[in-house]
Ligand binder design. Structure first.
Ligand code: ADP
Ligand code: ADP
Length: 232
C-alpha cells in the first residue's frame, strides 16, 4: 500500500543542513498496522510527514496505492491526500467548532452534499462513541474524547491509510488503551492500513503487526513485532 524508496530528507538551517532521513526503504502492506519506533530526534515525525508529503522529501519516492506522490502537481496531490487521514499528538481540533463541525470539516472541503455530510458525521460519531457529545466544543472534552474526534475527522473521506503521529503520547495509560483498541477496531472493520509512530514500546506491542526501528534517520531493524522484540 505504501512504498518508501530511498527516502532522504534534509532540513536547512541557515547554511547548515540537518539530515533527518538518510535512505529509508520500506513496504507497508495493505491492511496491516505498521509501527515505527525510535528515540526523540530519530526521524519518526519526519518519516510519517513524508508519507503524505506534509514534508517534502529531499529525494526518493513515496508510492501510495501505486501512485508516486512526489511526482504530482499540487492539485493532484491534494486529491490523493484525501485518501490519507492523519491524527496528531495534540489532536489539532478547531477550538471554535463543535465536535460535529470538526468531523464535518474535511467533507465540506471536499464539497460533499449537506445530506451526505450529516449522514457521514453521524456514522463516524457512532463509530468512535461520541454521539452524545456532538454539540460540545473541544475544550469541554477529555483527552481521549478529543482524540476520538480526531479519529472521526481523519476517517471522514474514507481513507485507505490512517497516519498516527504520536497519537496516544498525550494520554494517560488507560485512555491510551481505549484509543489503541479503537484503532485496532477500525483496522479490522474498515480494512484501513495504519501507520503509527511512537516512542513507546507498549503501543507497538499492543496493536502493531510489524515494526521498524528508526535511529539517526535510518531503519536499523524491521520485522514482525514478536521477532523484533523477543523479550517480554
Ligand atoms: P522524532 O520525531 O523521532 O523526534 P524528527 O523527525 O522530529 O524526529 O527529527 C529528526 C531530526 O530532524 C532531528 O535532528 C531534528 O532536530 C531535525 N528536525 C526536525 N524538524 C526540523 C525542522 N523543521 N527544521 C530543522 N530541523 C528539523
Ligand atoms: P476518556 O477516558 O478520556 O474519557 P476514552 O477514550 O476512554 O476517553 O472515551 C471517550 C468517550 O468515548 C467516552 O465518552 C466514553 O464513554 C466513550 N467510549 C469509550 N469506549 C467506547 C466504545 N467502545 N463504544 C462507545 N463509546 C465509547
Amino acid at each position: 500500500m505504501i512504498q518508501l524508496q530511498n527516502l532522504h530528507k534534509e532540513y536547512r538551517a541557515g547554511k547548515h543542513s540537518i539530515p533527518a532521513l538518510t535512505g529509508i526503504n520500506m513496504n507497508i502492506e495493505k491492511g496491516e498496522i505498521f509501527g515505527v519506533i525510535g528515540h526523540s530526534g530519530a526521524g519518526k515525525s519526519t518519516l510519517i510527514r513524508c508519507i503524505n508529503l506534509l514534508e517534502r522529501p529531499t529525494s526518493g519516492k513515496v508510492i501510495v496505492d501505486g501512485v508516486d506522490l512526489t511526482s504530482l502537481d499540487a492539485r493532484s496531490l491534494q486529491e490523493q491526500r484525501r485518501y490519507m487521514g492523519m491524527i496528531f499528538q495534540h489532536f489539532n481540533l478547531l477550538s471554535s467548532a463543535t465536535v460535529a463541525e470538526n468531523v464535518a470539516f474535511p467533507l465540506e472541503l471536499a464539497k460533499r452534499p449537506k445530506v451526505e455530510i450529516r449522514r457521514k458525521v453521524n456514522e463516524l460519531l457512532a463509530l468512535v462513541g461520541l454521539e452524545a457529545h456532538q454539540d460540545k466544543y473541544p475544550a469541554q472534552l477529555s483527552g481521549g474524547q478529543k482524540q476520538r474526534v480526531g479519529i472521526a475527522r481523519a476517517l471522514a473521506n474514507d481513507p485507505k491509510v490512517l497516519l498516527c503521529d504520536e497519537a496516544t503520547s498525550a494520554l494517560d495509560p488507560q485512555t491510551t488503551n481505549s484509543i489503541l483498541t479503537l484503532l485496532l477496531d477500525i483496522n479490522k472493520k474498515l480494512h484501513i492500513t495504519i501507520v503509527l509512530i511512537t516512542h513507546e514500546m507498549h503501543v507497538i506491542r499492543s496493536i502493531c503487526d510489524r515494526v521498524g526501528v528508526i535511529d539517526g534517520g535510518k531503519i536499523v531493524e524491521m520485522g514482525k513485532v514478536a521477532d523484533v522484540f523477543l523479550k517480554p
